[in-house]
Ligand binder design. Structure first.
Ligand SMILES: [Zn+2]
Length: 401
């Protein structure tokens, strides 16, 4: 059984004796000590990192009361070593963990929410509550947590017997606990059984910033950060907002209005662009229909149209076929990308599914579709102009039968 010194007033250093050292297949070593200041992963809190003598410890885990430290080198059994957890890492994990207590405690007392899930990652902490919360309630919760941080009430830890445990009022009670039970009263706003490390008072959390909230399994999932993580996050948000404001030649407080205004203007321009493109395609369809090749009794248009998008090729084909007695083959090339559409009017008997195969073969492309309309695309090296002449000859011959 390893003595857990990390629970003693933020302890991060101690001397210890090596009880066991086992080599792993991946070149790391699992080291067992008689006592440790390195917190092992558990209770939703990430493992500390640190040093055990000269050995770098990257992770610690608890198994049946023993704490095994994953290290980069072996240590002699019986050797006395100095154990030192990385203080910045411990402070960061302790701040996130205590922040989670304060968030859960206040969400419970303010809105009757129960914490039903918790995850601490390297970049964000998430908590799942069983009830949905509005954006306004979440903003109110964030303010109340930070007011509690400013009040700086101490965290108290008390040890009780299972009989005493039954009689006390706390936010979250675990069942079936035996022996001495540790109850944590965190930052003046939460109370529960817990084995993590805690800030000695609420003020040490620094600040808690809620970064995200989303509906989750009938409740809400809230993402947040504390301490320096929150300061860095706010710095990044400020830099992003500043970049947007500069792009719009305005101040940060007017940036949102500027983005909305530009979005509205863009939507209006898109509508007008579509209206004009539609009109242009009408004219172009008329012009092409007048110059169509007469192949027996059926007219055919095979044309390369510069600058049209794939969906616009479809519109042009539709407009051409609306003239009746028509087979339309329309292509557009943008760099190495060739797009094409083939279509026929309802009064023509020719399968576009078959015709598209011939176009695919000519350009080495892929495509398919229905009997009256099909589409495809190909990658080209160079211009498709010469091949279009070949295609015209083929299509005219095919229609003439
Ligand atoms: Zn805790």
């Amino acid at each position: 059984m390893t003595a857990k010194l990390y629970h003693q007033n933020g302890c991060t250093q101690c001397d210890a004796a090596v009880l066991d050292c086992r080599a792993n297949a991946d070149g790391t070593f699992d080291i067992l000590l008689d006592r440790t200041a390195i917190y092992p992963e558990g209770g939703g809190q990430l493992s500390d990192t640190g040093y055990i003598g000269p050995a770098r410890c990257t992770h610690a885990r608890e198994e049946g009361g023993n704490i095994w430290h994953s290290c980069d080198r072996p240590l002699d059994i019986g050797q006395c070593v100095h154990v030192a957890a990385d203080e910045a890492v411990r402070l960061d994990h302790t701040q996130q963990h205590t922040g989670e207590h304060m968030l859960s405690g206040l969400a419970h007392s303010m809105f009757g929410c129960t914490n039903v899930g918790f995850h601490m990652a390297d970049d964000i902490v998430t908590v799942d509550f069983d009830k949905p919360l509005s954006a306004e309630q979440i903003a109110e919760l964030e303010l109340k947590i930070n007011e509690a941080i400013q009040r700086d009430e101490p965290t108290r830890t008390v040890t009780v017997t299972p009989e005493e445990y039954e009689t006390i009022e706390i936010r979250k009670k675990a069942k079936g606990l035996k022996g001495e039970i540790t109850v944590v009263y965190a930052g003046g706003v939460d109370s529960c059984t817990c084995c993590g490390t805690h800030c000695q008072s609420a003020g040490q959390v620094g600040v808690l910033k809620i970064l995200s909230h989303m509906n989750y399994k009938g409740g809400v999932r809230i993402g947040f950060v504390c301490g320096m993580r929150a300061v860095l996050s706010m710095q990044q948000d400020g830099a992003r907002m500043d970049a947007i404001a500069r792009r719009f030649s305005t101040s940060a407080d007017k940036a949102v209005d500027a983005v909305i205004k530009q979005g509205d203007e863009l939507a209006a321009l898109k509508r007008e662009f579509k209206r004009r493109t539609d009109m242009l395609l009408d004219y172009r369809a008329k012009e092409l229909a007048e110059k169509a090749e007469l192949c027996g009794k059926t007219r055919a248009v095979v044309t390369m149209e510069e600058g049209l998008e794939a969906n616009e090729l479809g519109f042009l084909c539709e407009k051409l076929c609306a003239h009746g007695n028509m087979v339309a083959v329309v292509l557009a090339q943008k760099g190495e990308n060739l797009s094409y559409r083939v279509a026929r009017s309802a009064d023509v008997v020719l399968s576009m599914r078959e015709l598209i195969q011939a176009v695919n073969a000519l350009f080495g492309g892929k495509g398919g579709g229905r009997d009256d309309s099909a589409q495809g695309s190909a990658k080209l090296n160079g211009s498709a102009k010469d091949s279009v002449e070949q295609l015209k000859a083929y299509v005219y011959r095919r229609i003439k039968g």
